[in-house]
Design a protein around this ligand. Sequence first.
Ligand SMILES: C[S@@+](CC[C@H](N)C(=O)[O-])C[C@H]1O[C@@H](n2cnc3c(N)ncnc32)[C@H](O)[C@@H]1O
Length: 279
Amino acid sequence: MKISDFNSKFRSDLTELYTVDEVSSLFRIVLEELLSFDTTQFYLKPDYILNNTELDKVNKFTNELKKGKPFQYVIGETRFYNYKFYVNDSVLIPRIETEGLVDWILRENKDSKTTVIDFCSGSGCIAITMKMKRKKWNISALEIDKKAIDLAKRNSFRHSVEINYIHADIFSWNNYDEVDIIISNPPYVVESQKKNMKVNVLNFEPEKSIFVSDQNPLIFYKRIFDISKLKLKEGGLLYFEINPKFKNALISLSKKYSFSTYELKKDIFRRNRYFKFQK
Ligand SMILES: C[S@@+](CC[C@H](N)C(=O)[O-])C[C@H]1O[C@@H](n2cnc3c(N)ncnc32)[C@H](O)[C@@H]1O
């Protein structure tokens, strides 16, 4: 099959599930990641005939996409803060919003000896990016899912950084030292928001990395505030990614824990997304 014919077939196969722009981005992934072509090459050689191995690869990719599987899971990796990270269905696919959190923390904190813990670390994208950018930091990452920890370790190895991984449930684990900075992007979408979500998130990404109950939406933040009382150094910083819906509730909660000052920032979509508290 000619590559230009495959392009037409790919587009018609995916029109129901994806917008025209999304299909164009996915086709770029076919070219660059699966065929090691670049886009210019494609325009220069529309009559290029895909060999059997290439055809097999691109057909498998298309079939998985047709089921709604996120392309990052199909190719087994994604980009975060311009670095490549392995992903699989035991971790949340790192989001562009979370890059904003990492960016904020890096801009405000320099490379002096600093101890950091990342709660609910998933693929390790936050902890590992920090460590690549701040070599002197001593970073721990806590995560409940063993498979996620295993994948995060592969990501650490890929980027040659050392992270102290802790396989534990945040609600029962107490065995850690005082730190200068706590970071967390915990599960924060409430069950009632499910109805507005796309099938490729709902059917493929791990539920426990995304959802919390409508009855107790701030459960992770409460736990982290509790931990902070004992384990965050005086003057230490707490950075959260949040559900914009709970901005005010989180401000009220922080007051109960005597975090008197906070800073709130918006993500690139202009939604209230990140909090910083200082002890
Ligand atoms: C929203 S994801 C964030 C993953 C990663 N930090 C990121 O920003 O892409 C939340 C993570 O919390 C983990 N998690 C859920 N419940 C947990 C618990 N009780 N203790 C520790 N981690 C938990 C999930 O397995 C998931 O990896």
